[in-house]
Design a protein around this ligand. Sequence first.
Ligand SMILES: NC(=O)c1ccc[n+]([C@@H]2O[C@H](COP(=O)([O-])OP(=O)(O)OC[C@H]3O[C@@H](n4cnc5c(N)ncnc54)[C@H](O)[C@@H]3O)[C@@H](O)[C@H]2O)c1
Length: 349
Amino acid sequence: MVRFGVIGAGHIGKRHAEMIERNADAQLVGIADSRAKELLDIEKYQVPFYSNLESLLAGPEFDVLCVATPNGLHASHALAGLEAKKHVVIEKPMGLSRAECENVIHKAMTVHKMVFCVMQNRYSPPSEWIKSIIDQGILGKIFMVQVNCYWNRDDRYYKKGGWKGSQKLDGGTLFTQFSHFIDIMYWLFGDVSDIKATFADFNHSGLTEFEDSGTVNFRFVNGGLGCINYSTGVWDTNFESSLTVIAENGTIKIGGQYMNEVEYCHIKNYTMPQLPPANPANDYGPYKGSAANHNYIFDNVVDAITQGGMPTTNAMEGLKVVEIIENIYKQNPFLKSKSGALEGVLQTR
Ligand SMILES: NC(=O)c1ccc[n+]([C@@H]2O[C@H](COP(=O)([O-])OP(=O)(O)OC[C@H]3O[C@@H](n4cnc5c(N)ncnc54)[C@H](O)[C@@H]3O)[C@@H](O)[C@H]2O)c1
């Protein structure tokens, strides 16, 4: 039995708790959150509640700490868990800078514990399918890759006083909304260079401290050109997250709101197999997130700890996604003025 503690009992921390409880080989032993227990809707979990990480770590014996706090706290909470000799599951993104992620990796190596990054979209049937055909070389040389992420995040999502929208705790649209898609791109095609980026803020004045939209282009180190177009400024509801690949032997587009459907596949001497249906997206009421695949993360953690398996998304991959996002933001850094308008002169984020 693998024993888990969860820090951060918000939307996603509760999902971790639920998935642990549903896993026959996992046991939830404690939950910590800085908010009062009454505000968290966690009565169904019959485990001790702690008001901070230190008391959770000093409390029950357990093996794995799940970090589901705001992005800007991931690295420090993971470091504390590792220091206490726990394996750690870190929600996406692994941290908000490469340097933070390096500290986590270094600590994990010195205490001989594993780091599992949460990138559950990798388990979606279209993701697993495209990964397999790229790994088999079926597409040949990759010419161009286009990632489009057009979602809605408005005042129903960004609440006054919350961490979402804050530079320090959220970090930016690419970290919070679109790191899953950058992870899929990195997982499929590898590292990028020659990044050029332009950002804009169309309709998040007063809601966020950063951009809502951007266009980014780059080269893949393995060959080919890539671009990411993204926005959270879409009116009312998510529009799409898609990946288009133009390659030597064919063309693929994976689309749908959450990269959950193969929209186009035309490859030389290849017949598209029937894929199992994708899981629905996480539903947060007025807005929707990425695929509800967290159960696979906990199967992987249990397997890695009890059977010697490997993390599906390891710490180096978590770091690379953070590094790519950091490098994108470095290309054209800006700060919003108090009124929310973008200031023209380049400034450090
Ligand atoms: N994998 C996914 O698809 C996915 C989806 C949504 C969110 N996330 C990630 O999960 C994390 C949490 O997001 P959320 O939507 O659940 O946010 P949330 O605001 O609903 O939950 C965060 C929780 O952390 C608690 N918290 C804040 N500071 C704390 C501290 N110092 N100590 C203890 N608890 C503290 C808050 O009180 C809150 O309950 C974020 O990093 C986010 O990027 C991942």
